[in-house]
Design a protein around this ligand. Structure first.
Ligand code: FES
Length: 519
C-alpha cells in the first residue's frame, strides 16, 4: 500500500490495481456487428445502466477513456446515502413537495438497489450499513439542521434530529438518516464490469477515448483505434464531452479534496458524517489492513477559483490530526464533480432533436446514489419501461438557465476566457519556471504553459484548452493544467486527464538548451 502522503492516488484505486484488465477497442471486432447500446464512461451511472441492460438481454459495449471506475467514481468518499448534506428543505422550497419527494425516493431507492445487489451477488466490497449525519458545530447553524430533519421526515425519509453523534467532539445538533450504507466503490463497480463481460456478446474497453459520436441508424462511436456501431448511446462521462446539449453551461465544476489516515479501530467513529456550509468536512472510515482508514474530505470550491491546493490538503490534514489524533497521512487525492444549478441531475436525451443519444450528468457531489438512479433511469428509457424519476431528472428541463447561479457562472467563464489570456504576458523566459513548477509564459509572442520537471527538463504546451478555448491554470499540488471554465484537466505533458476536452494540448518543442534549470 502506498504510504506517500504526496501521492494523488486514491485509496480506492491504489487498493484495486488488479481490476483494470480490459482491452483497448479493436476495430476489426466490430466490422459487421451492431451493439444494442454503447455506454461511454465506466463509472457509477454507466456501469449501473450497462449492468441493467445486459441483465435484460441487451448487448452492450462499455467504452472508457481510462480505466474502469477510475474517474470520479474512483475518487469519491463513497457514501451510499440519501442524506445529501442539506438539500430537502431547499428542494421543498424551490421545486415543491412532489418533486422533492421524487428526489428523496430516487436516492433512497438507489441505496436499497446497491444493498440488494451486494447481498444477491455477494459482492466483496466492504459494504456496511451506517447512519449518515449532517452535523452543525455551532448553534447558529441549528435551525437549518432542524429544518432539514423536518423536511426529510415530511418526504418519508428515515430522518431524525439528534444532539449527539459518535464523533469524538461535541456538536450542536445533527440530522441523522438511519440504515444508509458505505462501501468500496471500485470493488463494487469492478464486480458489475465482470458480470457484464461474463456474457461474450458484451464488451468492455478501457483506454479507448471516444472522440466523436455520429447519430444515425446505427450510431457511430468513433475512437482513435476504431469505430463501434450501436443502436443507442449513453454518454456517462461526468460532464458530456458532446457540446450540443450545452450541459457545460447548465452546471459548474467543483473540486474537492480527500486525505486518508490509518486509525485504530476503537478510535474510528461509527457512521458517515458531513458538516454544513462551504467549510464542511466529510468524514467516514473504511477497513484498512488490520485497522481502519479515516477519510476526511472537504475544501470544495469551484474549479478555477483560488486553487491553492497544497494549503487545502494541509488544512484537511490538520483537522484529522487535531480532531482524531491521527499521525501519518497515507493518502491524499482530489475529485471533481459537476453541480447542476437546481441540484438535480440531468438524465435523458442529449438534445430535443436527438433520438438515440442520452446523457447523465450533474450529480452534484452525490454520485453514488444519483449515479445509480441515473443508471436505472437510462436503462429503463432504453428498455421502454416507465421510470418514476425520469421527469424530475429530465435533461431537457429549462429552469437551470435562469437561476442566479447559472448567470454568475457563465459570467465568470467569460471573465476567465478574456482575463486569463493576460497572465502569460508577465513572464518571458523558461528561466522563470522553477523546478517542479508550472507557469504561463510568452516566448516570441507565443503563449505557452511551461512546466519544469524534477530533472530540469521543460515541457511546454499550448495553454489554450481544446474544449472551448479558455486558458488553463497551473495546479501546483497535483501538477496538472486545469481549465477554469468547465473543469477540463491536462497532464504536464498536455494529455487529457479529465473531460470535457477530448484532444490533448498542443505540444511546443523545447530546445535542449532550455532544459537546464538555473534554479
Ligand atoms: Fe471548457 Fe476548457 S473545459 S474551455
Amino acid at each position: 500500500m502506498a504510504q506517500n502522503p504526496s501521492s494523488t492516488q486514491s485509496f480506492w484505486i491504489d487498493s484495486t490495481q488488479d481490476v483494470s484488465t480490459y482491452p483497448n477497442l479493436i476495430s476489426e471486432t466490430f466490422n459487421d456487428v451492431t451493439i444494442d447500446v454503447a455506454i461511454v464512461g465506466a463509472g457509477m451511472a454507466g456501469l449501473t445502466a450497462a449492468y441493467q441492460l445486459a441483465k435484460s438481454g441487451k448487448t452492450v459495449a462499455v467504452i472508457e477513456a481510462g480505466a474502469i471506475a477510475a474517474g470520479v467514481s474512483g475518487h469519491t468518499t463513497a457514501k451510499v446515502t440519501s442524506l445529501h448534506q442539506l438539500i430537502y428543505a431547499q428542494l421543498l422550497k424551490d421545486l415543491g413537495e412532489e418533486k422533492a419527494r421524487l428526489y428523496a425516493e430516487a436516492n433512497q431507492t438507489a441505496v436499497e438497489f446497491v444493498a440488494q445487489l451486494v447481498e444477491r451477488e455477494q459482492i466483496d466490497c466492504d459494504f456496511s450499513r451506517q447512519t449518515a449525519y449532517t452535523f452543525a458545530e455551532s448553534a447558529d447553524q441549528l435551525q437549518s439542521i432542524r429544518d432539514e430533519a423536518q423536511a426529510a421526515q415530511t418526504l418519508g425519509l428515515p430522518a431524525s434530529f439528534v444532539t449527539e453523534t459518535p464523533l469524538p467532539f461535541p456538536i450542536a445538533g445533527a440530522v441523522a438518516f438511519s440504515n444508509q450504507a458505505q462501501f468500496h466503490p471500485r470493488r463494487y463497480l469492478a464486480h458489475l464490469a465482470r458480470a457484464i463481460a461474463a456474457d461474450p456478446s458484451n464488451y468492455i474497453f478501457e483506454h479507448s477515448r471516444v472522440l466523436e459520436i455520429n447519430e444515425g441508424e446505427p450510431c457511430q462511436i468513433v475512437t482513435a483505434q476504431g469505430t463501434v456501431h450501436a443502436k443507442d448511446v449513453l454518454v456517462t462521462t461526468n460532464l458530456p464531452f458532446l457540446d450540443q446539449g450545452l450541459f457545460f453551461a447548465k452546471s459548474y465544476a467543483k473540486r474537492s479534496y480527500i486525505i486518508a489516515a490509518p486509525i485504530e479501530g476503537d478510535r474510528a467513529p461509527q457512521g458517515m458524517f458531513i458538516g454544513t456550509g462551504e467549510g464542511y468536512r466529510s468524514i467516514r472510515t473504511t477497513p484498512y489492513q488490520d485497522r481502519q482508514l479515516l477519510l476526511i474530505g472537504g475544501e470544495g470550491h469551484k474549479t478555477g477559483s483560488d486553487e491553492a491546493t497544497e494549503e487545502r490538503f494541509e488544512r484537511l490534514e490538520e483537522y484529522a490530526r487535531s480532531r482524531f489524533g491521527v499521525r501519518d497521512i497515507a493518502y491524499r487525492w482530489s475529485s471533481q464533480d459537476f453541480v447542476s444549478f437546481d441540484k438535480v441531475p440531468y438524465v435523458g436525451k442529449l438534445t430535443p432533436m436527438t433520438h438515440h443519444l442520452y446523457v447523465a450528468t450533474g450529480f452534484s457531489l452525490w454520485g453514488m446514489t444519483n449515479g445509480t438512479a441515473a443508471g436505472l433511469v437510462l436503462a429503463n428509457t432504453i428498455l421502454g419501461i416507465e421510470n418514476p424519476w425520469a421527469d424530475l431528472y429530465d435533461s431537457l428541463r429549462a429552469t437551470p438557465f435562469v437561476t442566479a447561479d447559472s448567470l454568475k457562472n457563465n459570467l465568470e467563464t467569460g471573465i476567465h476566457w478574456v482575463g486569463d489570456r493576460l497572465k502569460a504576458l508577465q513572464h518571458h523566459s523558461f528561466d522563470e519556471v522553477a523546478m517542479g513548477e508550472g507557469k504561463l509564459i510568452t516566448i516570441e509572442g507565443k503563449q505557452l504553459a511551461a512546466y519544469r520537471d524534477e530533472t530540469g527538463q521543460v515541457h511546454a504546451v499550448s495553454p489554450v484548452c481544446t474544449h472551448l478555448g479558455c486558458i488553463v491554470n497551473w495546479n501546483a499540488a497535483e501538477k496538472s493544467w486545469d481549465c477554469p471554465c468547465h473543469g477540463g484537466r491536462f497532464s504536464c505533458q498536455g494529455e487529457v486527464l479529465h473531460g470535457p476536452p477530448v484532444e490533448n494540448l498542443e505540444v511546443y518543442p523545447v530546445a535542449t538548451t532550455e532544459t537546464v534549470s538555473t534554479r
